[in-house]
Design a protein around this ligand. Structure first.
Ligand code: HEM
Length: 436
């Protein structure tokens, strides 16, 4: 018999703290709080325990705000494949007017006129242009750019014999590459990358960093009007979708943010897997296929975007045996869906080549074609160049001492300290050895 009691060890409540909310969400009595210091320590066990309640489970987000957590692969697929029933415009949330301005999850639900919250034909216009602009990126040039960026970062610590591969490497890569795809001059990139970090952080600098980024993108769009180049903003400006400058500016910001956190954690989580897991470290010397396998394995087991907010019910409906009301929020449990035993009983099968995971979302609002392909080029090149440059790299601490950031949204490490035989930086003339 299915155990429908709330999972042990996880804090549940009598109800949402707000009596008005509690009255509107009767199924959320005893809902598990999906926040708090302990909850993100071991997400795998959390999902396992929540799954005992079903594939769609009532939860309370920060501040005890009610939502549905979708853990089933089939349900996540159904929601993402049917945008006409599960919308993306966060203003559909039936408690939208009750959200405190400083709600910690505001970055996921603060409406902006970007591609992210557009729906229907308007979304297709915006997402289609983004897809075309990204598809115009020459893949061979992208590999060369990734190699240059990776080599320069490694040069900065190659002589030290030790490094933190998260802060000094993985986190530094995606925003630098996207800045190059936007055609920004090299001299502007460090300051821009710092602003990307600060704007994605919760610190006091976040707002001013975002304003500087916005101003930088607006300037970039104005420059490309005057002098188009072989870059993403110029393709967007010339696109038949006839995007306005404001639309392009905001979508350039969305793409930069959407690339940075998941791709850097994908690189970091893959490097971790290759350093801690014998299966990969043995084949690591064997060459490039092992990096590709490790990258795919991570998308099944430690996917960067673990959970995602989300979709909102367009009308009352039944889902996973629950009654969902119009305007209810559905949190997409990508990580839980990837490990759903109904889809893959007991094992992932050969997860190193199977790509049916939910890690890039799905459907109209999924990570837009060809962003996953470009992200894979960036991540694979980053991993391969590192192993190529530092072939004897090993962990500087025991694997059990590596610490995951306590987040239910992004899965990534605080740090990945490694040691290796110190090497000389690449001299500029040799930087072309991979065809850069
Ligand atoms: C070059 C790097 C990347 C770019 C430019 C990019 C861009 C984007 C954009 C623009 C969206 C919003 C799409 C929309 O609302 O229509 C999106 C969504 C998303 N992306 Fe990416 N992305 C990148 C890398 C990644 C990576 C590495 C992952 C995870 C492994 C990822 C996972 C997702 C997910 C889960 C969504 C939401 C999907 C959904 O709602 O169904 N992205 N991405």
């Amino acid at each position: 018999m299915t155990d429908l009691s709330p999972p042990e060890h996880y804090p549940s409540t009598g109800h949402s703290a707000d009596p008005v909310l509690a009255a509107g969400y009767p199924e959320h009595a005893d809902a598990v709080r999906l926040y708090g210091p302990a909850i993100a320590e071991d997400p795998g066990t959390l999902y396992q325990q929540l799954r005992r309640q079903g594939s769609v489970v009532p939860v309370l987000l920060d501040g005890d705000l009610p939502a549905w957590f979708v853990l089933g692969y089939r349900e996540v697929h159904h929601i993402t494949a049917n945008p006409q029933w599960f919308g993306r415009d966060c203003r559909r949330w039936n408690i939208y007017d009750r959200l405190p301005a400083d709600w910690p999850l505001m970055p996921y639900v603060g409406w902006t006129p970007s591609v992210m919250y557009a729906e229907g034909g308007e979304h297709q216009r915006r997402a289609g242009a983004i897809g075309d602009a990204l598809d115009a990126v020459n893949r061979i040039d992208l590999i060369a750019t990734c190699e240059q960026v990776a080599d320069r970062l490694i040069d900065a610590f190659a002589g030290d014999g030790r490094a933190d591969l998260i802060t000094q490497y993985a986190y530094q890569i995606p925003a630098r590459i996207v800045a190059r795809l936007y055609g920004l001059p090299d001299g502007d990139i460090s300051a821009l990358v710092q602003d990307v970090f600060d704007s994605l952080d919760v610190g006091d600098n976040a707002v001013t960093a975002h304003q500087r980024l916005h101003a930088r993108m607006a300037q970039l769009v104005a420059d490309r009007h005057a002098r188009p180049g072989p870059d993403v903003p110029s393709v967007l400006l010339a696109h038949p979708a006839r995007l306005s400058d404001d639309e392009i500016v905001i979508d350039l910001l969305v793409m930069m943010a959407a690339a940075q956190a998941p791709t850097s954690n994908w690189i970091g989580n893959t490097l971790r897997l290759m350093l801690v897991d014998d299966e990969f470290s043995v084949t690591l010397q064997g060459g490039r296929s092992s990096a590709a396998q490790a990258l795919n394995e991570v998308l099944w087991k430690d996917t960067p975007t673990q959970n995602f907010i989300g979709r909102w019910a367009v009308q009352d409906c039944n889902l996973g045996g629950r009654r969902i009301r119009k305007g209810d929020l559905l949190v997409l449990g990508f990580s839980a869906a990837n490990t759903d035993p109904n889809v893959q009983p007991g094992t992932h099968g050969d997860s190193s080549t199977n790509r049916a995971h939910m890690s890039f979302g799905h459907g109209e609002h999924g990570c837009p074609f060809p962003a996953p392909e470009l992200a894979e080029i960036i991540a694979r090149t980053a991993v391969e160049v590192l192993l190529d440059r530092l072939p004897d790299v090993t962990l500087a601490v025991a694997a059990k001492d590596l610490r995951w950031r306590p987040s239910l949204w992004m899965r990534g490490l605080f740090g990945l300290p490694v040691v290796f035989t110190p090497t000389l930086p690449l001299v500029p003339a040799a930087a072309g050895r991979r065809g850069a």
